[in-house]
Design a protein around this ligand. Structure first.
Ligand code: 6CS
Ligand code: FE
Length: 309
């Protein structure tokens, strides 16, 4: 048994290209994977494609039409009501109230949300970025209700998906569709542009069953103040703001977070995480049991095909 823990991930025979939470100090390592794996899709300009590679995100206002947003908004409200009633496992509640914070595996619980994961324009962009067919690694609705929606502290999703889900490489991206206003007052997503090119290793080890805490308030797998200060001194912070129907695409390793919502109005976003079929999950690098299927897809990995295609 190692000095650190009975499950010291450093006893894992695999080469870990992105070691984090292995008991060492917090470091800033270089990204070891491409940012884009394919060619610029017809839907994007060369300028947008270059922006995504340099800054790690792309904001497309009015990506969905008002009617499409209304359909999704109705579906997310129905999900919250149906699952909230009997505390389904896919429900995550706010830390200081019974308000619903997130619903996971939303695309498997709602036909309308499944249709969003097969939106032809979205898939064309995602397949160009990932250079392959894709499947849904994770989907969720973050409701961030007025007054009660608490923050999501700074983090890289990939750090969690690598350490706790065994995602091998940085070949996944998140699509966040706003169903409400995302403004300076209701906890819009903030990103550190360019941070996707650096891998911030996090101190500490991963607690057993960490997701039951981290999805409410993440305390492991978060960078130190020194690491964040170095990154933000260099790149600054951006917060793409827009109305319902806007789309924020961001690289799996982009540093992001959002403030608590103390406005009266919700900030309701649907997140779909697409992973390349060449990047399927392996055993978690932290050495713990795999997280549940509704948080990280291992069985439900059907290749995404475009609607009507
Ligand atoms: O652990 C995860 O997979 C989730 N955690 C955060 C804070 N963002 C990504 C994802 O929803
Ligand atoms: Fe995240």
């Amino acid at each position: 048994m190692s000095a650190l823990s009975p499950r010291d991930p450093r006893e894992d025979p695999r080469e870990d290209r992105y070691p984090s939470r292995v008991g060492g100090e917090a470091r800033v390592l270089p990204r070891r994977d491409p940012v884009v794996y394919g060619a610029c899709p017809a839907l994007l300009t060369d300028k947008q494609w270059a922006f995504y590679q340099r800054d790690g995100y792309l904001f497309l206002p009015d990506f969905l039409a008002p009617q499409e947003v209304r359909v999704l908004a109705r579906a997310t409200e129905e999900l919250r009501a149906r699952l909230g009633e009997h505390d389904a496992p896919e429900i995550v509640r706010e830390p200081s109230s019974r308000a619903v914070r997130s619903v996971f595996a939303a695309h498997r619980l709602s036909a309308e949300l499944d249709a969003l994961t097969r939106n032809p324009q979205l898939l064309a962009i995602v397949e160009a970025v990932l250079g392959s067919r894709t499947y849904v690694h994770q989907s969720r609705v973050n409701y961030k209700p007025g007054f009660e929606g608490k923050e999501f502290y700074w983090h890289s999703d990939f750090e969690t998906w690598h350490v706790e889900d065994g995602m091998p490489s940085m070949r996944a991206l998140s699509c966040s569709v706003s169903l409400t206003e995302n403004n300076a007052f209701n906890g819009a997503v903030m990103v550190v542009p360019g941070s996707h090119k650096h891998y911030l290793t996090c101190p500490g080890l991963t607690p057993e069953g960490h997701y039951q805490q981290s999805l409410v308030r993440q305390e492991y797998g978060v960078p130190t103040h020194a690491q964040l200060t170095t990154l933000i001194d260099r790149y600054g912070i951006a917060s793409p703001l827009g109305g319902p129907g806007s789309l924020l695409l961001f690289d799996c390793n982009l540093m992001h977070g959002s403030n608590s919502n103390i406005s009266p109005y919700p900030r309701n976003n649907v997140f779909v995480v697409f992973n390349s079929v060449q990047n399927r999950l392996q055993a978690p690098y932290c050495g713990l049991p795999a997280r549940p299927e509704h948080i990280a897809s291992r069985e439900h990995t059907e290749v995404r095909t475009p609607m009507g295609g």
